[in-house]
Design a protein around this ligand. Structure first.
Ligand code: PNW
Length: 492
């Protein structure tokens, strides 16, 4: 077996941050407490047929009441950092106007408890829970709805960012504006599998731009409010897009999806411009007149770090078959999330499948890290999410043995290490997720946690992967797998 001193051990750089991540709607519950109003996810999940099993986040992991125990659990696992999101409708119920003090107090208490245990808090301002009022009641009065397709929402986000920064800025140093704006825009307004469930490609493209603008305006608000030491970034879910073959049509399919998945965000964020080929590919859908030239300077706000969320690669080809799968992840939704890419089909990468049917392929992470190292020189990178769902079942002794998850995490951490050796400036890794939780359209049917949650009793039980990850975090090193796979250690 490899030992700490053996050459078969991959050491991470000193100071590398070992964390775990969650999001407000997925864990908090307490949907109607202390002045919180519905977000688009409350409305969506309460609409029959939108979420598997009719599940909602009404109770979720009851973290709103159990946060102290949850922080103790993080401390027991030796986490150096915890990434969580703030629920917008908990702190600013209509998305406009004054803050609710009780909502802010919840997050202040959480942050204080984290700091008391030596755990660095990383705040995400927006992880998909837009106040319902901003989707429904919006200034220009169109019957189609408001939300992210409307410019005003970006300004509302900047006000909200300032409110949270004023409340937590003296104690939180790492901030991200948005989590995965691709999902908000294209799953929320394009395929409709996420809230608010609209299926309008023009609205989805408008949403992408106004999310970019929200990031820029939000980052400005954070800088104006936070102490100079604060670090401001964003978490994207870039796709490692691969062509099925080297045929020119498949390479063109790759280019189109790369534009819609990646460059639609990195163009304005890093270069201050949208890619020309994106305009050309979507010319039948919109003339992009909602982009004002002055927006681009706002969006190209210098980033202190870039968060990358990675799960699986994307494989595409050209197709003329109208029944070919149009969605990454092979969701059976009738609507494609990809505007202007009707001629693109999606395929599974090679590799074992997780419970999401997502192939396990860490090479996509290596590719993305080298790509972002080249595209964002000098910008430190964090893996702000990586992990896998498996069908975890407690054994007779109540323990949850999840060797598949250990193998997944191991392989992806080895990929991060490989990228660092090749020159990527990766400063930390956040496992998705700390707890099993509300997995969006899949409800509670998919378990991503390192810690098992029994939703009947709300009991938390660390899986063997949690104990394995705790040892990696404590040593800052990864043992190479033995012939029969990485051990999860002796029973305790
Ligand atoms: C991310 N897709 O969501 C989110 O940031 C988490 O909240 C979520 O629980 C996690 O990944 C696991 O799903 C995604 O369809 C959801 O491409 C869907 C997709 C990507 C990311």
């Amino acid at each position: 077996a490899a030992t700490a001193s053996s050459p078969a051990t991959l050491r991470f750089p000193p100071g590398f941050l070992w964390g775990a991540a969650t999001a407000a709607y997925q864990i908090e519950g307490a949907a109607q407490e202390d002045g919180r109003t519905p977000s688009i996810w409350d409305t969506f999940s309460r609409t029959p047929g939108k979420v598997l099993g009719g599940d909602t986040g009404d109770i979720a992991c009851d973290h709103y009441h159990r946060w102290r125990d949850d922080v103790r659990l993080m401390a027991e696992l030796g986490l150096g950092s915890y990434r969580f999101s703030v629920s917008w409708p908990r702190v600013q119920p209509t998305g406009r106007g004054p803050a609710v003090q009780r909502g802010l107090d919840f997050y202040r208490a959480l942050v204080d408890e984290l700091l008391a245990h030596g755990i660095q808090p990383v705040v995400t301002l927006y992880h998909w829970d837009l106040p319902q009022d901003l989707e429904t009641a919006f200034p220009s009065g169109s019957s189609a709805g408001g939300g992210w397709p409307e410019r005003d929402t970006a300004h509302r986000f900047a006000d909200y960012a300032r409110i949270v920064a004023e409340a937590l800025g003296d104690r939180v140093e790492m901030w991200t504006t948005l989590n995965e704006p691709w999902c908000s825009a294209f799953l929320g307004y394009g395929s409709g599998v996420h809230a608010p469930g609209r299926t309008d490609h023009r609205a989805a493209l408008r949403a992408a731009h106004h999310l970019n603008l929200a990031h820029g305006l939000g980052a400005q608000a954070l800088r104006a409010t936070l102490p100079a030491r604060a670090q401001v970034g964003i978490s994207l879910n870039p796709s490692a897009v691969r062509p099925l073959t080297d045929a020119p049509e498949d390479l063109d399919a790759q280019r189109r999806i790369d534009a819609l998945a990646n460059r639609i965000f990195t163009g304005p964020l890093l270069k201050g411009a949208y890619p020309d080929d994106l305009f050309a590919d979507t010319a039948d859908i919109t003339d992009w007149s909602f982009v004002r030239p002055e927006d681009l300077a706002v969006i190209k706000h210098p980033l202190d770090f870039l968060g990358i969320n990675y799960y699986t690669p994307t494989v595409v080809s050209a197709t003329t078959d109208p029944s070919a799968p149009r969605q990454d992840g092979h969701n059976s939704s009738l609507h494609s999330p990809w505007p202007g890419a009707d001629g693109v089909a999606f395929h599974r990468a090679h590799g074992e499948l997780t419970a999401m049917d997502w192939p396990v392929d860490p090479t996509g992470l290596v590719d993305l890290l080298s790509q972002y190292t080249a595209e964002a020189p000098g910008v430190p990178l964090f893996i702000t999410e990586n992990g896998a769902a498996y069908e975890d079942t407690p054994g007779a002794d109540g323990r949850i043995h999840d060797p598949d998850r250990i193998r997944y995490l191991h392989a992806h951490l080895a990929a991060v290490h490989e990228a660092i050796r090749a020159g990527a400036d990766v400063r930390g890794y956040f496992l998705w997720s700390l707890l099993d939780n509300f997995e969006w359209a899949y409800g509670y049917s998919k378990r991503f946690g390192a810690v098992y949650v029994d939703y009947a009793s709300q009991a938390r039980t660390p899986k063997s992967s949690a104990r394995w990850y705790a040892r990696v975090a404590a040593s800052g090193a990864l043992e190479l797998p033995e012939a029969d796979g990485p051990s999860d250690g002796p029973p305790e």
